[in-house]
Design a protein. Structure first.
Length: 556
């Protein structure tokens, strides 16, 4: 390996990535830190560039091939030959060995001292370097640690399942203890879902934490076969059926609390993908003011849901918290004095003082048929879990027009689009105008960890996309990662919302079959609508979330 010294800053200026003034400021900050930080690290920290931009330019400049490290099957025997601290100091992962080279991926090819130490350890053959992203290399180190830390329990499961008298429903089995460990860990981490996914070589266990999947465990495929069968037994599924999707449910006592798990299996190329949704019954006791709505949105929404009749739609993609918002609204308005009926698929949580109905399409009991029966039940409030077809939509609207308060959800990207969606489904515009009270579009974003958040500067391109919404010299904050947040920098999630309230003028536009842009324009002029990005910018400016989270879920 030949040492390579380059003037990274000059090269980035030449390529138009940064300016001369930005380089001078970064060099000044590097000097102020007593050169404890790399130049590239400071350029990224100041928002002048990104890891990907630097990696791409370094690959060209140094003539080192850039690779996707996840495209390689890890050779653990090769990795185990070298001291972990030397690999980590060099930010390097040995990939493979052939007749000529030891092929090594690194995220820092300019770290000559650490790479030279690694080369002195690898004396059998010369190193051939490849360039990979910093976050990818860190994730591979994390995966190696996970595999090593779970080896013992995985070996116990494999040993147990190889015995002639093995029974998968044994309550004291290592397999059940492993499943319990996985679920306990997920609950402690505050996960919403657990994903168990096989590939050609191993099985990955990932948890969705604050809306983002994180890999928690990695096991041998022999372990997957055991835990998949045991989980299917827990959910009363057919363990012999691996060709079609199945759904189930089970409960388990974990950490002195009872949790329900909604189970789904889907056949994939390498085996069944298993997803378990964690249902914590305590979460459904949320009140509206626990959702993180801004004061003006909270006041507006409370006013809307206390109307005597009409239809309120909650929109957003899957996983945006629509069901939680609906339940919080029902919690707010339910009482001993009114009758509340819901039709859901599935019923995730049980609500007091609410009559909940489960859809059963196998026997023909759909959202539409449930709604027809509801009108003979003398309800005050009706909640339809999801509007999927014109029959259900028409029934919901008719219920609202006959003096009932109706809540439901639609899958649209923003609030004004819900009106166009209903017209596309076949509902007459005048019916929408007469029945619609409001549309709430929402997204969930990750909150900064309050223990480690610090001031930072977002990337210049991100600032340019939203600058029309920003004041002069805005200040932003982001979690840098600490023990309390698992080094992620995030702790929990909060809603971003836009609420489109319908008044007489908006109703007239809807009746005239106006498009969503005309409706949004008039609603803004009337002070009845602010796009979701404005709520995100406010939360970013007060330090609740980083600006990147706003960009992740909205369009500037």
């Amino acid at each position: 390996m030949i040492k390579k010294t380059v003037r990274l800053g000059d090269y980035l200026i030449e390529k138009g990535i940064i300016t001369y003034d930005q380089l001078m400021k970064a060099l000044s900050l590097q000097k102020a830190s007593d050169y404890s930080k790399k130049l590239g690290e400071i350029l990224i920290q100041e928002g002048y560039t990104t890891h990907k931009e630097i990696a791409r330019e370094l690959s060209t400049l140094l003539k080192i091939e850039f690779i996707d490290i996840f495209g390689y099957e890890l050779d653990f025997k090769l990795i185990d030959r070298y001291p972990p601290h030397i690999l980590q100091n060099a930010e390097a992962i040995p990939l493979k060995e052939d007749e000529e080279y030891i092929h090594v991926a690194t995220s820092d090819p300019l770290n000559n001292d650490a790479l030279e130490i690694l080369e002195n350890v690898i004396v059998s053959k010369p190193i051939k370097l490849y360039l990979s992203l910093d976050e990818d290399v860190r994730h591979i180190f994390q995966r190696i640690h996970i595999i090593q830390s779970t080896k013992s329990i995985a070996q116990e499961v494999i040993k147990e399942t190889s015995q002639d008298n093995y029974q998968s429903d044994n309550e004291e089995s290592a397999v059940l203890r492993l499943i319990t460990t996985i679920l306990k860990d997920a609950v402690i981490r505050g996960a919403s879902d657990v994903h168990i996914e096989p590939d050609g070589h191993e099985v990955s266990v990932r948890c969705r934490i604050d809306g983002i999947l994180q890999e928690i465990f990695v096991f041998d495929l022999a372990v997957y076969n055991a835990i998949s069968s045991r989980i299917k037994i827990l959910g009363n599924l057919d363990i012999s059926e691996r060709r079609k999707a199945q759904d189930g449910r089970f409960s388990m006592d974990l950490n002195n609390s009872k949790y329900d798990f909604r189970l789904s299996t889907t056949p994939t190329f390498f085996g069944e993908s298993i997803v378990m949704r964690i249902l914590d019954q305590q979460k459904i006791l949320l009140k509206l003011n626990d959702l993180g709505l801004a004061d003006e949105n909270l006041s507006l929404f409370e006013n809307i849901i206390n109307s005597p009749y009409g239809i309120v739609l909650i929109t957003g993609p899957t996983g945006s918290g629509k069901t939680t918002t609906l339940y919080a609204a029902l919690n707010e308005i339910k009482s001993i004095k009114n009758k509340v009926l819901t039709v859901e698929d599935p019923i995730e949580y049980q609500l007091p003082l609410v009559q909940q109905v489960q859809v059963n399409e196998k026997v023909g009991f759909t959202f539409f048929s449930a709604l027809k029966s509801f009108l003979r039940q003398d309800p005050d409030v009706i909640m339809v879990g999801e509007i999927r077809d014109i029959e259900t939509l028409n029934s919901a609207v008719q219920a609202s027009l006959t003096g009932h308060m109706v809540f439901s959800t639609l899958h649209t990207n923003d609030a004004p689009s819900a009106i166009s969606r209903m017209v596309q489904m076949g509902l007459e515009p005048y019916l929408i105008a007469d029945s619609l009270l409001a549309i709430v579009a929402q997204r969930l974003v990750r909150k900064n960890c309050q223990y480690c958040k610090e001031e930072y500067k977002p990337h210049k391109k991100l600032i340019s996309h939203v600058e029309e919404y920003l004041p002069e010299n805005p200040i932003f904050h982001k979690g840098k990662g600490c023990q309390r947040c698992g080094m992620s920098g995030y702790d929990g999630r909060i809603m971003l919302v836009e609420i489109l309230k319908v008044n007489d003028k908006i109703s007239q536009l809807i009746s005239n079959n106006a498009n969503k842009f005309e409706i949004a324009k008039l609603a803004k002029e009337e002070g009845l609508f602010n796009p979701i990005i404005t709520d995100g910018i406010k939360k970013a400016l007060n330090g609740t979330i980083p600006l990147e989270e706003v960009a992740r879920v909205t369009r500037g």
